[in-house]
Design a protein around this ligand. Sequence first.
Ligand SMILES: Cc1cc2nc3c(=O)[nH]c(=O)nc-3n(C[C@H](O)[C@H](O)[C@H](O)COP(=O)(O)OP(=O)(O)OC[C@H]3O[C@@H](n4cnc5c(N)ncnc54)[C@H](O)[C@@H]3O)c2cc1C
Length: 289
Amino acid sequence: MKPPPFDYHAPRSVGEALEILAEAGDEGKVLAGGQSLIPMLNMRLTHPRHIVDVNGLTELATVEAGPDGVLVGALARHAQVERSEPVAAAQPLLRRALGLVAHPVIRNRGTVVGSLVHADPAAELPAVLALLGGSVRLARPGSTRDVAADAFFTGPLESALRPGELAVSALFPALGPRSGTAFHEVARRHGDYAISGAAALVVLDEDLRVVTARVACVSAGPVPAVVDVTGVCGGDRWESADWRGAAAAVQDGTEPEGDIHASADYRRHLLGVLAERALTEAAQEAGGR
Ligand SMILES: Cc1cc2nc3c(=O)[nH]c(=O)nc-3n(C[C@H](O)[C@H](O)[C@H](O)COP(=O)(O)OP(=O)(O)OC[C@H]3O[C@@H](n4cnc5c(N)ncnc54)[C@H](O)[C@@H]3O)c2cc1C
């Protein structure tokens, strides 16, 4: 399969890229790692007249980890973020999730920001951004805007990115003390997109009682659904909290669909198992075990 014809642009600065994208409008597409865009072009699922290759914009290949979280530039590859020790210290969920994304060779090219903009509900990083309440920075000539995760993912393969905009970075917030996270998923083969997955966050107070518990679900609807289960286990000590009941609330709060890979019922069953596992593990981490 070959892509439809397009004009190829290789800007040398972010400013130049923004000008080209603004002019191209809804006929332009950014090429980052190409791990999703190239297959879609080859299968003729998208027909942009202009491809704007941002791989020369090395100023966007940044990863900054600090007390507020991890700021990932648009050209930072999955592997770069996954291998960074400061990132693992500032936001350990990123490394956990990235280890589940595709295969190493794909992670060497694919970008974190590209994965967010691609907005596949079966992908790990949109769920991580949604769980942590992160945001994506979008730019056009002369202005930028930050879009929170809950407004960024608008449908399957659809995001709040407007024609002519470039996503320049994503912020994954850090967590406070007595917080824990975990990510569990099931895929048919290692490296495949997950049939079902659950990322969990648990925060405890000084008495090690649950103050926040929520789960972001993979492959459980058109966008990465976040279910807050604090109502089920809030106020309980983490060791005795009803994590199974919380997982049942996650099942009740989502509507997985069936397809050629799995029935809706099987996905719902998996989600319950994975959510309980992820919540229990996140609680253990928060509780210091
Ligand atoms: C065999 C295979 C298995 C995979 N398995 C998984 C998996 O298990 N989990 C998973 O999450 N992903 C998986 N992927 C996808 C992979 O993670 C991609 O890298 C990712 O989805 C997109 O990142 P990219 O940098 O390659 O983006 P590209 O393919 O370059 O772009 C993807 C889309 O995002 C847009 N875009 C990219 N960057 C920007 C930007 N800065 N501003 C505006 N628009 C932008 C593009 O225009 C395009 O529409 C898999 C891919 C393959 C080929």
